[in-house]
Design a protein around this ligand. Structure first.
Ligand SMILES: NC(=O)c1ccc[n+]([C@@H]2O[C@H](COP(=O)([O-])OP(=O)(O)OC[C@H]3O[C@@H](n4cnc5c(N)ncnc54)[C@H](O)[C@@H]3O)[C@@H](O)[C@H]2O)c1
Length: 354
């Protein structure tokens, strides 16, 4: 199959690109190369006969039309997005532009291409979204595919809007879409502004490890390669018009994640004091959702998917990867906003008394 992957130079998109090529698929990677992109993420496949790269923005309708005509893909996997909640608080426009308007242009380009080809039933448009569209849970319950949408941040609201557009293009025009909503990802090649790389890299540097609020927010962590495996399975076997929640029942508080990573580093890179002594509680993110948890019954029962590693194994592999790939993350640490507190009005990390 030839798959047009958007956002394939990002964290999850690059895992999809690498895994799709390893599975024998041809890939056209369409990416605008924003601050979050890194072509090194796909360096291992860059010279592969099955790989092509198109430097293009999904908001550019003409470029998309040209790319569809040129490459004639059998499927689209749409991952391009602005993805960092803190940045969405400071600068929401880019999230509306890319996540909503960009998805609209991609849907239009895919629809025209598909209709011009005689509306083949085998074509797929897989839209990759987040569990954050469902908003925040209390102490009980989990998100199912019929949970109501209740996004709370500019990021999650823009992703929710894009999900609605994709569903509408299916209902209205018959475009064969599938939607996935996944929990928080971690793993190799994650941009150094996200929680787990921040914990690892600040601990390695002997710097304060900032934890928002009291660190009691619960996230349902999934390794990025288990996510990309699930996405390829949904692409191959998911039912048209259907949503699949992706998660692996790994609910963990942010402070527990920090403690686990510090314990791994204490073993692998012992310092004079335990790394957890570096943890500092800082002002919470405005509107910080308390808890996300995925009910993965549908993807397990219908598609037989399960994650292949535990959170403990995945975290250890991830720490090992960051230890071995210093040149990769050092090159990204100079990018705009990395290492700064974003998404609050103060502009600086601040300790809070709790
Ligand atoms: N990271 C997570 O934990 C998580 C969880 C569930 C779902 N998702 C979703 O998965 C997708 C990928 O997330 P990620 O963490 O890999 O993001 P990322 O920020 O690491 O990568 C996004 C990629 O999209 C590209 N991009 C951004 N705007 C573009 C545009 N206008 N045109 C073309 N390319 C553009 C960037 O250059 C980058 O390569 C997103 O849609 C996100 O909402 C992420």
């Amino acid at each position: 199959m030839k798959i047009l992957v958007t956002g394939g130079a990002g964290f999850i998109g690059s895992a999809v690109v690498r895994q799709a090529i390893a599975g024998g698929h041809a890939v056209v990677n369409v990416d605008a190369l924003t601050y979050a992109a890194c072509l090194d993420n796909v360096a291992s496949v860059a010279d592969h006969r099955l790989y092509r790269f198109e430097h293009a923005d999904i908001r550019d309708a003409e470029a998309l039309a040209r790319i569809f005509t040129k490459h004639q893909p059998d499927a689209v996997m749409h991952l391009a997005a602005e993805s960092h909640v803190d940045r969405s608080i400071d600068a929401p426009e880019a999230f509306v532009d890319t996540n909503i308007t960009g998805t609209f242009h991609l849907l239009q380009a895919a629809r025209r291409y598909w209709q011009d080809a005689g509306s083949p039933a085998a074509f797929r448009f897989l839209h990759v979204s987040t569990d954050e569209v469902y908003g925040s849970l209390g102490a009980q319950g989990r998100f199912t595919e019929s949970s109501p949408y209740a996004p709370t941040s500019p990021y999650s609201a823009s992703k929710a809007a894009s999900d609605h557009l994709v569903r509408a293009w299916h209902e209205t025009y018959g475009l064969p879409v599938v939607i996935t909503n996944c929990s928080n990802n971690y793993g190799p090649f994650q941009f150094p502004e996200k929680l787990i790389p921040v914990i690892i890299l600040n601990a390695l540097a002997g710097q304060a490890i900032p934890i928002y609020g009291a660190g009691r927010q619960v996230r349902d962590w999934l390794h990025v390669e288990d996510h990309s495996d699930a996405l390829l399975r949904v692409l191959a076997r998911g039912q048209i018009g259907r949503t699949y929640n992706i998660g692996d029942e790994n609910e963990t508080t942010n402070i527990d994640v920090a403690h686990k990573i510090c314990a791994i580093l204490d073993e692998k890179r012992p310092a004079r004091r335990p790394h957890r002594d570096l943890i500092e509680f800082v002002d919470d993110r405005p509107g910080h959702d308390l808890r996300y948890a995925i009910d993965p019954s549908r993807i397990r029962q219908e598609l037989g998917w399960r994650a292949s590693r535990t959170l403990a194994q995945g975290l250890e592999q991830t720490v090992d990867w960051y230890l071995k790939n210093e040149a990769w993350w050092r090159a990204l640490q100079g990018r705009d906003g990395v290492g700064q507190r974003l998404g609050v009005r103060t502009g600086n990390w601040r300790k809070t008394a709790i």
